[in-house]
Structure formats: C-alpha cells, structure tokens
Design a protein around this ligand. Structure first.
Ligand code: HEC
Ligand code: HEC
Ligand code: HEC
Ligand code: HEC
Ligand code: HEC
Ligand code: HEC
Ligand code: HEC
Ligand code: HEC
Length: 441
C-alpha cells in the first residue's frame, strides 16, 4: 500500500484514472461519432464579408477543365460522369443529348430541332438554346416549349414568368440567356461574361486556374473546405440559391429594364458572395411567387434558400458532408439511406433524435418506410414546373407539420405517404404522440 503512504503517486494516478474515465465516457457515448467533424465545425468563422480567394490566385484567368485532367485525372473522370457536366450539351457534337420527342412538338413552337444549338438539362425537364446575337455578341434565347421529362410531354415555357415581370418583354425571343441563365450554366460566365466551356466544371468551384497551371501548388487555387465551413457553401450557393439582381438594393426594376441579371455577376469562388448575390427574400406568413409562407420553396434549385434555415447550416454542417462535390450524387439515397444520417446522429444523442430507439422517435416499425429519416425530414415539397409532380425534396430538415399544410398548402411528410388520410388526421396523431416541439403558430 505504498500509494497510500506516498501522496506523490496519488496525483498522477488520479489524473490517469480521470483521463481513462473521460475517454471511456466519450467512447461509449453518442457524441463519439461527432468527434471526427469537430475540426470542421470548430474552424474559425471569418464572417460573410472577408475575401477568401488566395492572394496568389487573384488576377488569374479561366483555362477550361481539359487543362486540369493531366494531373487530376481521377477527379476529372468522376466530375465528367456527373450531372454537372450534362447541364449544357452541344447538339452538333452528340445528337443523342436531345430527350424531347420532336415528332410531337406543338405547331406553334417558335423553333425546330435544326435550330437547337445547346440543350439545357434533361433529367427533370429540357429546354433549348437557340442562337440570337445581341449587340454584335454571341448570345442565345430559349425556345417557347420545354420537354417535361417527368410527364413525357411538351409544355409552354415563358422565361418572363420567372421573377422579372417588369424587367423584360413577354416574348422569349427578346430575353437573352446571357442575362438570365448563362452565369449558372456555363463555366466562367458568372465572373467574366465569357462562355469558357459549357456546363459546370472545375473552375466554377475552384476559381480561375491559369496561375495554378503555371505553378501547380495549393497556394494559388481556391478549395472551399480549407476555411470557415459556413463560407465553404458559397461555391454551391452561387448557383443553388434563388436570387434577385443585387442592384435592386439601390434601384428599381424599371431602371433595370432590359439589362436585369439573374446571377451573381462578377463573383469568383472565395469572394464574399453576399456582395454579389441578393438571396430571394421570403416573406414570413405569405405565400409568394417562390416560397410558401413557412419558408419552404416550391420550385427546384432552392436548396440554399432552404438550407440556411437549418440548425445544421448554422453548426457548420455543409453541402459537402452530404454530396461529394465531384460526383454530386446524393449520398443519403439508397443504398446508404438512413445509415448516412446516422453517421452523425444517433438515438439518444445530444444532437437528436433524443429518444432511445428508432421506433420511439418515428412511431413506425424500424423496417417501415415511415421510419426513413429523409422521408420525414426531407419530404417532397417542390416542383420542377407548375405541371410537374412534387418531386423536389426540401432542404430545411426541420419537420413540416400538417398544420403548416392547412395554413399554406405546402406538402408534409405524413400526408405524402398517407394519401387517403386528412391533414386533421395526421395533426391529431402528432398531438397524441407528443411530437409538436417545433410547431409554429
Ligand atoms: C501540372 C499538374 C497540375 C495541373 C495541370 C493542375 N494541377 Fe491542381 N494541383 C497540382 C499539384 C501538384 C497540387 C498540390 C498538391 C499538394 O500540394 O498536395 C495541386 C493542387 C490542387 C488543388 C488543391 C488541393 C488541396 O489539397 O489543397 C486544387 C483544388 C487543384 N489543384 C485544382 C486544379 C484545377 C482546377 C486545375 C485546372 C485548372 C488543376 N488543378 C491543374 C497539380 C496540377
Ligand atoms: C461543384 C464544385 C466543384 C467542382 C465542379 C470541382 N470541384 Fe474539386 N473540390 C470541390 C470541393 C468543395 C472540394 C473540397 C472537398 C473536401 O474537402 O471534401 C474539392 C476538392 C478538390 C481537390 C482536393 C481534394 C481531393 O479530393 O483530392 C482537387 C485536387 C480538386 N478538387 C480538383 C478538381 C478538378 C480538377 C475539377 C474538375 C475536373 C474539380 N475539382 C471540380 C468542389 C468542386
Ligand atoms: C455554376 C453553377 C453550379 C455550381 C457552382 C454548383 N452547382 Fe450543383 N448543379 C448545377 C446545375 C445547373 C445542376 C443541374 C444539372 C443537370 O440537371 O444536368 C446541378 C445539379 C446538382 C445536383 C444534382 C445531381 C443529380 O444527379 O441530380 C447536386 C446534388 C448538386 N448540384 C450539388 C452541388 C454542390 C454540393 C455544389 C457545391 C460544391 C454545387 N452543386 C455547385 C449548378 C451548379
Ligand atoms: C442562379 C443560378 C441559375 C440561373 C440564373 C438559372 N439556373 Fe437553371 N438551374 C440552376 C441549378 C442550380 C439547377 C439544378 C438544381 C435544381 O434543379 O434543383 C438548375 C436546373 C435547371 C434545369 C433542370 C435540369 C434538369 O436536368 O432537369 C433547367 C432546364 C434549367 N435550370 C434551365 C434554366 C434556364 C432556361 C435559365 C434561364 C432562363 C436558368 N435555368 C437560370 C441554376 C440556375
Ligand atoms: C444532411 C444532408 C444534406 C445536406 C447538408 C444537403 N443535402 Fe442536398 N440532398 C440530400 C439528400 C438526402 C437528397 C435527396 C435524396 C433523394 O432524393 O433520394 C438531396 C438532394 C439534393 C439535390 C437534388 C435535387 C433534385 O431535385 O433532385 C441537390 C441539387 C442538392 N441536394 C443540393 C444541395 C446543396 C446545394 C446543399 C447545400 C446548400 C445541400 N444539398 C445540402 C442531403 C443533403
Ligand atoms: C456531418 C454530420 C451530420 C450529418 C451527416 C447529418 N446531420 Fe443532422 N445535424 C447535425 C448537427 C451538428 C445538428 C445540429 C444539432 C443541434 O442543433 O443540436 C443537426 C441537426 C439536425 C436536425 C434538427 C433540425 C434542423 O434544423 O436541422 C434534423 C432534423 C437533422 N439534423 C436531420 C438530419 C438528416 C435527415 C440527415 C441525413 C440526410 C442528417 N441530419 C445528417 C449533424 C449532421
Ligand atoms: C415519422 C416521421 C419521422 C421520422 C421517420 C424521423 N423523424 Fe426525426 N423528427 C420528427 C418530428 C415530428 C420531430 C420534431 C420533434 C418533436 O416534436 O418530437 C423530429 C425531430 C428530430 C430531431 C431534432 C431533435 C429531436 O429529437 O427532437 C432530429 C435530430 C431528428 N428528428 C433526426 C432524425 C433522424 C436522424 C431520423 C432517421 C433515423 C429521423 N429523425 C426520422 C419526425 C420524424
Ligand atoms: C414514407 C412513408 C410514410 C411516412 C412519411 C409516414 N408514414 Fe405512417 N405509415 C407508413 C406505412 C408504410 C405504415 C404501415 C405500418 C408500418 O409499416 O409501420 C404506416 C402506419 C402509420 C400508422 C398506423 C396505421 C394507421 O393507418 O393507423 C399511423 C397512425 C401513421 N402511420 C401515422 C403517420 C404520421 C402521423 C406521419 C407523419 C409524422 C406518418 N405516418 C409518416 C408510411 C409512412
């Protein structure tokens, strides 16, 4: 019992026991799995105005992704297979990119297959770019019909019906894509007003690469995840967030007639996005052209507008935690499913769900689709066109209550599955289950 006699040993012994105890507690506790994200979420928050573009990248110009392949072949291959590179496709290079059935194109269409230069998209809908120069510069317009892939039919498409009613004439032929589309669909256009290459490639997220080609080091190329996690999302939000022309801060639609723009002109990755982009405002309590009154978007590409409302955004969990930026697959889709959400969450975890078993949280059997995280926390609430089915999953993550559906007409998880039940039925069940913590009145 030498330890009793010699107190010198007591301090290190107690300290070691204490450390072991803490390690043990962490090992067995639900926060263990959060520790790997600690370096990410505790990075210094630099605020929204700091310019994070590397000093050695400033003044560089855009070079195109073919130049990056030589040294980053694996990333180039992954990225080339992603939907990002399918956004704008050249019909002459590959006629099979057309998904619309041109044999049924309505007679009052203002274009024919032979006039189409580029296709836009195709997964949910496809629109068609036709050449029409403006002020002597290469420019395009959009055909007055779009192919709805989800419904397999042609639908009328009027660009004017986006938010710029008072800034453009009604006729698509008068609305250039240079002002309304190209900043988000071509590489380099947002910053330079030049179509460096069609669709989304390396430099849309890493910034201009000429300096890096001359001297391939880390110091002259932007990589979003190096710094502040909140700011890292700006590379995605430059496109995946609906906005209005930033100049409307200090001027009116009427002043911008015929020159208004729908993208963050001048922005390059790393720069302060808020200086270039004005997020489309949502008006609490009011259903308007883009949002339900509870902040849920009812169109596609509103992931950013929605995600900024989430507790996960505020804690520095980013788009990249859930989507590989090079493959842009949806990592929570099957086969990974709930396991993916549960890589951070755990039953009984301090970040939730707070209940100790899955069924206690979801009130459905574990194998039931009614226990799937994304079915309840990312229900399908948005549409790709007014006539499309509701297929766009919300990115607010909080729970949308049946009461909100009663008030705003927005979809909710319970009634998306229980289509034979009323909103009042689901509302009553939630009250019975005591699951009304986040309900807004
Ligand atoms: C001649 C070869 C070469 C070419 C071409 C090249 N890179 Fe690099 N790249 C490198 C090297 C080497 C590094 C530094 C790797 C390191 O230090 O770990 C690097 C680093 C990077 C990084 C930072 C990675 C990190 O871990 O911080 C990014 C992003 C990047 N390159 C993107 C690009 C893009 C975009 C292009 C095309 C415009 C490109 N590279 C072209 C060789 C090249
Ligand atoms: C949609 C945005 C986006 C596009 C497009 C993109 N990247 Fe990245 N890239 C990122 C982000 C974000 C990271 C940081 C990922 C992380 O830290 O997990 C990254 C990481 C990297 C890295 C370093 C880490 C690694 O995975 O090795 C390199 C090198 C790189 N990108 C090169 C490229 C090249 C080359 C291209 C084009 C072929 C490209 N990227 C296209 C967003 C993008
Ligand atoms: C320059 C604009 C732009 C940037 C930057 C951008 N995206 Fe995209 N993204 C698009 C467009 C346009 C599409 C639609 C592509 C299509 O349907 O062909 C898309 C599609 C996607 C998809 C769906 C892919 C699929 O298979 O359906 C995901 C996921 C995605 N982006 C995530 C991201 C993330 C994460 C970032 C940031 C790291 C990012 N995007 C940056 C424009 C952009
Ligand atoms: C602020 C950036 C931005 C602007 C401006 C923009 N888009 Fe997009 N667009 C996106 C993003 C991001 C996506 C993919 C994400 C989604 O659909 O949720 C997308 C998706 C699409 C799709 C669906 C793609 C598919 O595979 O189904 C079409 C078609 C499309 N845009 C056409 C247009 C047209 C036409 C214009 C101009 C009148 C335009 N967009 C302006 C960012 C933009
Ligand atoms: C916590 C995880 C998570 C985060 C964070 C997240 N997403 Fe998603 N995202 C998903 C899941 C899950 C899906 C849809 C899976 C499905 O439909 O099966 C999805 C779908 C998408 C789609 C496809 C939309 C469509 O209509 O097909 C886009 C684009 C997208 N996310 C962009 C983003 C962007 C941009 C951010 C950051 C602002 C982001 N996501 C943040 C999990 C996440
Ligand atoms: C990289 C870690 C991580 C992943 C992956 C993740 N979460 Fe989270 N989640 C968090 C953190 C951190 C919080 C904040 C907890 C808090 O505020 O106490 C959170 C909060 C939430 C909340 C609370 C409400 C809100 O506004 O966000 C919900 C719901 C949620 N997550 C659902 C999901 C779902 C569904 C998935 C899978 C698609 C997922 N999470 C994946 C880390 C993660
Ligand atoms: C049947 C619908 C449903 C399913 C499935 C579901 N949740 Fe929830 N979740 C809710 C509701 C409702 C709330 C609101 C809290 C309340 O009122 O109890 C919530 C709250 C949360 C919270 C906030 C903390 C808390 O416990 O209140 C987190 C985190 C969360 N859920 C994560 C998840 C994850 C991860 C999954 C997948 C394993 C999941 N949820 C599956 C309905 C569901
Ligand atoms: C993804 C689909 C899905 C979602 C979302 C969902 N459920 Fe269910 N629900 C089911 C299925 C399937 C069953 C059948 C039994 C089972 O598998 O657990 C069920 C069973 C039930 C039952 C018991 C049987 C009955 O009809 O009386 C109730 C009550 C219920 N759900 C209420 C809700 C409520 C309230 C919500 C919203 C919080 C909800 N469900 C969300 C799919 C879903």
């Amino acid at each position: 019992m030498v330890f009793y006699k010699n107190k010198k040993f007591l301090i290190p012994l107690v300290s070691i026991l204490f450390i072991l105890l803490v390690c043990g507690a962490i090992y067995f506790s639900p926060i263990k799995q959060l520790l790997i994200f600690l370096p990410q979420v505790t990075k210094e928050r630099v605020g929204t105005f700091t310019n994070l573009q590397p000093e050695a990248q400033k003044g560089a110009h855009y070079v195109g992704s073919a130049n990056c392949a030589e040294c980053h072949q694996d990333i180039y291959d992954k990225q080339s297979a992603s939907m990002h590179t399918k956004m704008i496709q050249d019909v002459k290079k590959d006629p099979s990119v057309i998904v619309g059935d041109f044999t049924t194109l309505p007679v009052d269409a203002d274009f024919e297959l032979k006039n189409v230069v580029y296709t836009i998209g195709g997964k949910f809908k496809q629109r068609y770019m036709l050449r029409k120069d403006r002020d002597g510069k290469e420019d395009y317009i959009i055909g007055n019909y779009q192919w709805n892939t989800e419904n397999s039919n042609w639908q009328s498409y009027k660009v004017f019906n986006d938010w710029y009613h008072d800034a453009w004439p009604e006729d698509n032929k008068q609305i250039p894509t240079s002002h309304t589309c190209d900043g988000c669909h071509f590489t380099g256009y947002m910053s330079t007003q030049k179509r460096v290459e069609p669709a989304i490639h390396c430099e849309n997220c890493h910034g201009p690469g000429s300096n890096h080609l001359e001297d391939p080091v880390k110091e002259n190329i932007y990589m979003a995840t190096r710094q502040d996690p909140i700011r890292s999302m700006e590379v995605c939000l430059q496109c995946h967030m609906r906005n209005v022309d930033k100049r409307l801060d200090s001027t009116t639609m009427a002043d911008l007639y015929g020159i208004i723009k729908d993208y963050a002109e001048g922005f390059e990755p790393g720069m302060s996005l808020v200086k270039y982009k004005k997020a489309m405002p949502y008006q609490p309590g009011i259903n308007d052209a883009k949002f339900y009154g509870n902040g849920i978007g009812y169109k596609n590409r509103m992931q950013g507008n929605e995600y900024v409302q989430s507790a996960m955004y505020k804690h520095g969990i980013t788009c990249m935690n859930c989507h590989d930026p090079h493959t842009v697959d949806n990592t929570a889709q099957t086969p990974r499913g709930d396991k993916f959400c549960m890589s951070c969450h755990k039953m009984g975890s301090p970040i939730g769900p707070h209940q100790s078993t899955l069924t206690a949280h979801t009130k459905h059997e574990p194998e039931s689709t009614g226990s799937s995280c994304i079915e309840c926390h990312m229900p399908k609430t948005g549409k790709h066109t007014g006539k499309s089915p509701t297929t766009v999953r919300t990115h607010v993550f909080r729970f949308i209550y049946p009461k909100e559906s009663l008030e705003y007409g927005v979809a909710n998880a319970c009634n998306n599955c229980h289509t034979d039940k009323t909103l009042e039925w689901s509302d009553k069940k939630l009250i019975e289950w005591g699951m009304t913590t986040w309900e807004r009145h």
